[in-house]
Design a protein around this ligand. Sequence first.
Ligand code: BJW
Ligand code: ZN
Length: 253
Amino acid sequence: MHASLDFSENDAALDQAAELVRAAKRLAVLTGAGISAESGVPTFRGAGGLWEGHRVEEVACPEAFARDPLLVWRFYNLRRKALRTIEPNDGHRALAALEARLGSGFTLITQNIDGLHARAGNRNVLEVHGRLSRVKCSRCRYVEDRPGVELPELPECPACGALLRPDVVWFGELLPPSIWQAAVEATTRCDCFLVVGTSAQVYPAAGLIQQAQQAGAAVIECNTEETPASVLADVVLRGPSGRMLPEVVRRMG
Ligand code: BJW
Ligand code: ZN
């Protein structure tokens, strides 16, 4: 059989996942970089996870920005440029189909900053690590969405002249409080928690998986590799989300 049609290794798990999702009145989904991998967006960890030899921890923190804003902006401007050519994939679209089915019982919590979930059609998206298309002032409260705009190497705040920075959450920074609170609420109230394409290493987002499980939700993981979430999961879909998630939706009938 053609590889793309062969789900034999995951056959039972796919049926179980479809049944759990179908039965859920409230479904919460946590996504990470892996769901965008098939759109050509590099992940942070594992193969190809270095940017010009830097680990993400070295360029995605306030200390790095203070020390070398040019380097940090170079990293983010390259990724901003890539936003113009990347497109949502079948994994993103499957999650949009799930929201269309479940309506207000569906919450998508994403660690990704690429905006692909909204572009695929999801509406209830909690972007807990911010959004790459937005910039904010490093001094005053100025924030602006600037999708598709090429920024200078070191962009300045139009309100106060200080350096602008990407409106994303770096290591050591708090997640946006109201968005985070909504994520915790959706996690602790859901019947089913689907974790997709995250290495489950970065907190507090990774902690949601355990919170969901402790609150009684069935946990489903979809990832190409084993992660710390795998042992918490009731069902594991071991494969690319662009193949697994559409198959779950298909089997829901
Ligand atoms: C596929 C696939 C396919 C591939 N299909 N799958 C508790 C314990 C220990 C440490 C801490 C803790 N609490 C807080 C911390 C500190 C820190 C932290 O977590 N450190 C750990 C690394 C140890 N956390 C923070 O600092 C957070 N803030 C905070 O806690 O505030 C309170 C506080 C303040 C002050 C002091 C102390 C506490 C903030 C974290 C912000 C993270 N920001 C980044 C950058 C965002 C902007 C940007 O994108 O540049 O967010 S880091 C980076 O990692 C990014 C991601 O959202 C995040 C998670 O990565 P993700 O999505 O999981 O990607 P990968 O690459 O790791 O994994 C991809 C996965 O996909 C893999 O598993 C593949 O197998 C899989 N995959 N292809 C399915 N086709
Ligand atoms: Zn300002």
